[in-house]
Design a protein around this ligand. Structure first.
Ligand SMILES: C[S@@+](CC[C@H](N)C(=O)[O-])C[C@H]1O[C@@H](n2cnc3c(N)ncnc32)[C@H](O)[C@@H]1O
Length: 264
């Protein structure tokens, strides 16, 4: 399809509302179309699809991420499937977007963290979703325990483990992370914790499972002014923050931050 300059049939006074940004996961474009453009949403979807060569479906995000599984509500405006395969730095992730969380904007962060993983390490990845943190760690030669509560995400995790040939290096576990202390008795060398919003207390649950001198990568949603408090709290928990960085925006003034830490 030829790239369209504007969506067709949209009154000029509404053109400024046409989304300038959208995500592409596999061959699906995900866009949030404002309510004012409801009557023109197919035209907006065609415009979005025209911007990239490989778009087969266009999804309109109609609710925010909801519930424990962190899945948004979508309506399919173009195409006939929410199933796709996303490629990221040579890894492939198959998933059904109506059932699972996936954020392609974290690709660089996932690569950064995976690059620190050493062969033979025991790595824990709670909240692992369809595997984008766990699978790259496994390909570095680590032994990974990947834990996820959403049965659909866990199903796709199993598919992706095979797709990326890391069957020998990952054990997928379908479980609620709140039981982690009872479930696992291990001394992990590293924990990669892509914490869902509002579950920061979970850091305290994982900490006893990491050996002294082990590494943690803790993701949390914070305003910049809260960073000193996070560092202070982590230090009180016996963690040395060796680095931190913002790796995304989630709301005005609130970012997703990662803290790289060593357990003292
Ligand atoms: C923010 S998503 C991150 C997914 C994945 N790490 C990624 O980057 O694509 C959080 C994930 O944690 C899962 N989750 C939420 N609460 C959980 C819990 N109590 N125990 C285990 N998994 C949970 C959700 O189903 C979701 O897949």
């Amino acid at each position: 399809m030829k790239s369209l300059k504007y969506p067709a049939d949209i009154p000029e006074d509404l053109l400024h509302l046409v989304p300038k940004r959208f995500d592409v996961i596999g061959d699906i474009a995900v866009v949030s179309i404002p309510a004012e453009l409801k009557a023109h949403k197919i035209s907006v979807a065609e415009y979005v699809a025209s911007k990239r060569g490989n778009i087969r479906s266009v999804l309109n995000k109609v609710t925010k991420l909801e519930g424990d599984h962190r899945v948004a509500g979508f309506e399919l405006l173009i195409g006939d499937s929410t199933l796709t395969t996303h490629s990221e730095f040579g890894f492939r992730y198959r998933m059904d977007l109506k059932d699972v969380f996936f954020n392609g904007r974290l690709s660089f962060e996932r690569k950064r963290v995976a690059s620190m993983v050493r062969e033979g390490e025991d790595v824990l990845v709670p909240f692992c979703g369809v595997g984008p943190f766990a699978i790259p760690a496994a390909t570095r030669g680590a032994n990974v325990i990947a834990l996820e509560k959403n049965p659909e995400a866990c199903k796709w995790l199993a598919v992706n483990i095979r797709l990326n040939h890391v069957e020998d290096n990952i054990s997928p576990v379908l479980a609620d992370a709140s039981c982690i202390g009872n479930l696992l008795k291990a001394d992990f060398d590293r924990a990669i914790i892509p914490t869902p919003y509002g579950m920061d207390d979970f850091l305290g649950e994982v900490l006893p499972l990491v050996r002294r001198g082990g590494n943690l990568h803790f993701y949390t949603f914070k305003a910049r002014e809260q960073i000193d408090d996070v560092i202070g709290n982590c230090s009180e928990m016996g963690l040395d923050v060796t680095g931190y960085r913002r790796c995304g925006n989630v709301a005005p003034g609130i970012g997703r931050w990662v803290f790289d830490m060593v357990k003292l």
